[in-house]
Design a binder for this molecule. Sequence first.
Ligand SMILES: [Zn+2]
Length: 274
Amino acid sequence: MSEGGGKIERRRIALAIGAHPDDVEISCAGTLRLLAGKGFEIHVATMTLGDCGSKDHSANEIQRIRRSEAESACALLGAAYHYVGSHDFSIFHDDAHNRRVTALLREVSPQVVLTHPPSDYISDHEMTSVLVRNACFYAPAPNYDTSSVNHSPAIPAIPHLYYWDAVEGVDIYGRPVPPQMWIAIDDQIEFKSQMLACHRSQRDWLRAQHGMDEYIEAMRAWCGVRGREAAAMANRRIEYAEAFQQHLGHAYPHTNLLAEVLAENAVLRRPDAG
Ligand SMILES: [Zn+2]
């Protein structure tokens, strides 16, 4: 309690967890910057250090390079960076991974958590999604033991959980997944591009592996697609947006905290919009 008798407001915290370095930047960097502008403390975690994301470097070398790229991107945002301790193509829904991700949730103690959607093009993304979903549920349960990872206590409640877009906005059958909510990021798109540009090695790797030369342009083009949808839904001028679905399963919070905090930027799908 403060001297005046009012409650001391705990600083609000958002945690974005991606499978690989750059997933968070591509999916929700604009939204994280907006949350930072509203006073949120921002944390970014990756399950791996992207050890398979290179044809030119050994796994050890590329991990070192990508960790420093992820840290540089987080420094731009003023965010804390965490590495969960897994490896590319080896993220599994197993006991060890569940305890590690839950320990991270307990260490950070966020009110808002963002991660990959349940259906996406690569198993690493899908496994991360289920591990984060589980960790949100497990972290408040005091008898779930994560002391092998750290000694952070159970968190007070299940946080608000949001899924960002699958790559290209489609599930594994190629079907579009309609967003529940868009966050307009017109004022953040240049910052988001700068954050993504920190991942120089991934830009080179995508050029070699996927023939995709326009790393940053592809991100901007996708935000443009979501921006046009948001503009049509809200009937106002929006050029760029990031899209989300809230996890609304039993026991998870159902209030839309992201839409409340970012009210000027949030566009909700109209119930009649199909
Ligand atoms: Zn990824």
